[in-house]
Design a protein around this ligand. Structure first.
Ligand code: 9YT
Length: 131
């Protein structure tokens, strides 16, 4: 069994800070669960273009407000606490944070730990792992 707290993980190398967001990766590939699980903060005003070509991701909004735009058809969906979106088609998307947003994110396949977005807004499959 694996038991961790967000508080302790935030003090470790499981926390990654990037442009417009920070993410604490509570479960990673090395935990052998078949997915990774992260608590991510999107900073207020962030405008992120992403395209997870190598991963499926689902994102549940815990707090804060914003919107997600499907860049394939231009549809915009509001995000508020209780909203989940799933990028089941590796959907190219834009995430806008009206306020700071706390999100619970699940990735399949699981992340290694150090991933940040490449020029296409994707994560590479062979990123550096953390312990
Ligand atoms: C919602 C989203 O994709 N934010 C970017 C960070 C990502 N969720 C992560 O690495 O935890």
């Amino acid at each position: 069994m694996i038991v961790r707290t967000l508080e302790e993980a935030e003090q470790s190398n499981r926390r990654v800070v990037s442009n417009g967001w920070e993410s604490t990766r509570l479960l990673l590939k090395s935990d052998a669960m078949g997915f990774s699980f992260h608590i991510t903060t999107i900073f207020a005003g962030a405008d992120l273009d992403m395209h997870y070509q190598n991963h499926l991701e689902s994102v549940y909004c815990i707090s804060g407000e914003g919107e997600i735009k499907d860049l394939a058809d231009g549809k915009v969906y509001p995000i508020k606490p209780g909203t989940i979106y799933a990028l089941n088609n590796h959907d190219k998307h834009k995430l806008l944070a009206t306020t700071e947003m706390k999100m619970a994110c699940v990735f399949n396949p699981p992340l290694h730990g150090k991933e940040v977005h490449n020029a296409q807004g994707a994560y590479e499959l062979d990123a550096e792992a953390v312990q």
